[in-house]
Design a protein around this ligand. Structure first.
Ligand code: ATP
Ligand code: MG
Length: 239
């Protein structure tokens, strides 16, 4: 296994002594799809932001040579109330990334807008797109630098069922190309179809780091999740 990211006893305390991540150690291997799971407030987004160096650990160490890779990130939050046209926004961001020449970039954007079925929205103001369409623009942004590592915080949020399915296929195609994907999501049905391994967080702590084939026989990822972090919830009583 070729580890490319390693968290070593990482703790993150926000103001007012909120311990969002507590003594967390885990690693991600090159070329795998790695899922980060946990209930609301478990520390997933905090972990992702530490990974990206957007925020810094209060304690512990992250071993990740970010300069060696092109990294793409889909944030959980909206990318803002942008007044620009979709096309202008993508073109501007693509030029900043500097990966394609202007004619190549134009072709690439045209192709991606068409693949994601929003080419007819290219002259619309970004902030006036529907939620799912805005999510698609985030996806297109994410593809504009041909990333080696994709870090995706609830990436299918707001997408319709067909678009979700396409996105899932796309995760697997990315993996085929040797990319590494780190995905945080509450959609366990989707996650169990694509992820190789999972980190399960609960109240900032690691509950487990598990391979998909280490679940119990006939156990779905949702069953596993509830077994591990469901506390007083009893699925049999609530079916
Ligand atoms: N900027 C911040 N300042 C103070 N506390 C924060 C901040 N960001 C997150 N927290 C707290 O840290 C904890 C973990 O939050 P985080 O956003 O990492 O959770 P999450 O697992 O991504 O949750 P969700 O599934 O709801 O997205 C929560 O208790 C949250 O309130
Ligand atoms: Mg989050």
């Amino acid at each position: 296994m070729n580890k490319i990211i390693e968290f070593l006893n990482v703790t993150k305390c926000y103001k007012d002594n909120v311990v969002a991540v507590n003594n967390l150690s885990f690693s991600v291997n090159r070329g795998e799809i790695f899922g980060i799971l946990g209930r609301n407030g478990a520390g997933k987004t905090t972990t992702i932001k530490i990974l990206l160096n957007y925020i810094f650990p209060s304690d512990g160490k992250v071993d990740f040579d970010r300069t060696r890779y092109r990294i793409a990130y889909i944030p959980e939050e909206n990318i803002g109330d942008r007044k620009e046209k979709v096309w202008d926004f993508l073109y501007y961001m693509g030029r900043l990334m500097g990966f394609y020449s202007p004619p190549e970039l134009k072709n690439k954007i045209e192709q991606l807008l068409s693949d994601y079925e929003i080419l007819n929205k290219k002259n619309n103001q970004f902030s006036k797109l529907s939620k799912g369409m805005q999510q698609k623009v985030k996806w297109i942004l994410c593809c504009l630098n041909d990333p080696d590592i994709l870090i995706l915080d609830e990436p299918t949020n707001g997408l319709d069922p067909l678009s979700k399915r396409k996105m899932r296929d796309w995760f697997l195609q990315m993996k085929e190309k040797g990319k590494t994907l780190i995905i945080s999501s509450h959609l366990l049905f989707e996650m169990e179809k694509v992820c190789d391994r999972f980190l399960l967080l609960h109240k900032g702590k690691k509950i487990n780091e598990v391979n998909i084939n280490e679940l119990q026989e006939n156990e779905t990822l949702e069953d596993y999740f509830i077994r591990m972090v469901g506390e007083s919830y009893s699925p049999s009583e609530n079916k």
